[in-house]
Design a protein around this ligand. Structure first.
Ligand code: DQA
Length: 142
């Protein structure tokens, strides 16, 4: 199974960024964690990060026919991006939404999730474990 793991804005700053919320682990450590879990599960995971909404749209479009599912932490774009929602719908992507924190327990503006409108599953509030849970879910439901 080929899984594309996409990360949105500011996730490159993990470790530096609000460690009380997001933890001390860096983006590089998150990537290693994802690869370790993928290897254990016998799936392939390609992980990318961008700060740009249009780049996420481009990657979602290009995933059509190339990946079996997308694990998506759209970060702040989760709560704002109709363009990302439309791209996910356009290519009928199988998407699992992930968040390090639990957005629904934070500010009011984080309660809306456009990604969640099409995600078949959401894992949040588990730190790096949200990504592991998403990969485990997909490996168990190929
Ligand atoms: C996040 C939660 C979002 O609300 C926030 O904008 C992020 C990270 C998370 O992983 O907890 O950038 O997606």
């Amino acid at each position: 199974m080929k899984i594309l793991v996409l990360n949105g804005p500011n996730l490159n700053l993990l470790g530096l960024r609000e460690p009380a919320l997001y933890g001390k682990g860096t983006y590089a450590e998150l990537e290693k964690h994802v690869q370790d879990v993928a290897r254990r599960l016998g799936v392939s995971a390609e992980m990318r990060q961008t700060n740009h909404e249009g780049t996420l749209v481009d990657w979602i479009q290009a995933a059509y026919g190339a990946f079996d599912a997308i694990v998506l932490n759209a970060a702040a774009y989760t709560h704002t991006s109709v363009a990302i929602l439309d791209a996910l719908k356009a290519v009928k992507a199988r998407v699992v939404e992930v968040h390090l924190t639990e957005p629904k327990e934070r500010e009011e503006f984080r309660r809306v999730s456009y990604v969640g409108m099409v995600a078949e599953k959401t894992f949040s509030g588990l730190g790096f474990g949200s990504y592991a849970a998403a990969l485990e879910y997909l490996a168990a439901n190929p």
